[in-house]
Design a protein around this ligand. Sequence first.
Ligand code: GNR
Ligand code: NI
Length: 169
Amino acid sequence: MALLDILEYPDPRLRTRAKPVDAVDRDIQKLADDMLETMYDAPGIGLAATQVDVHLRVIVVDVSEDNSTPHILINPAISPIGDEFEESQEGCLSVPGYYESVQRPERIRVEALDRDGQPFTLECDGLMAVCIQHEVDHLNGKLFVDYLSPLKRNRIRKKLEKSQRSATR
Ligand code: GNR
Ligand code: NI
């Protein structure tokens, strides 16, 4: 296994739209395993391949307290169930240090392929639903800061640009 580097906002590579995986082969399994290790190390509750500069539709999630429930979702497709929205505080490993309120559909259905390439469906709500929607946004080149006002987003962008400059020099 290996730890992967996580891209940080406003890196333009985070805006790439990821391509579907056409075969769940050993390379994809290794990517997913490395993403889980990187997510647990960070630590985070989810990670999208986009964040590690791999532009394929692979996400990993574990919202359990004890890191006991890893999920690998390949080519995930989500749809809201019902019309309730819920607001929650979101953070992102690609936007380190910032937490802001975002509204999303409360309950979703998810169809995806698992680590063996087998299709499965799950329905979820709460943190799992928030996290999967956040990860699918990454695959589409979208970040949680895109839901904020331009003023808030620019403030976050400028602060991160400044801290990235001092970290590189
Ligand atoms: O670790 C993470 N926590 C989190 C908290 C609230 C809403 C979404 C998330 S996902 C984030 C990890 C991450 O950046 N995944 O893309
Ligand atoms: Ni994120």
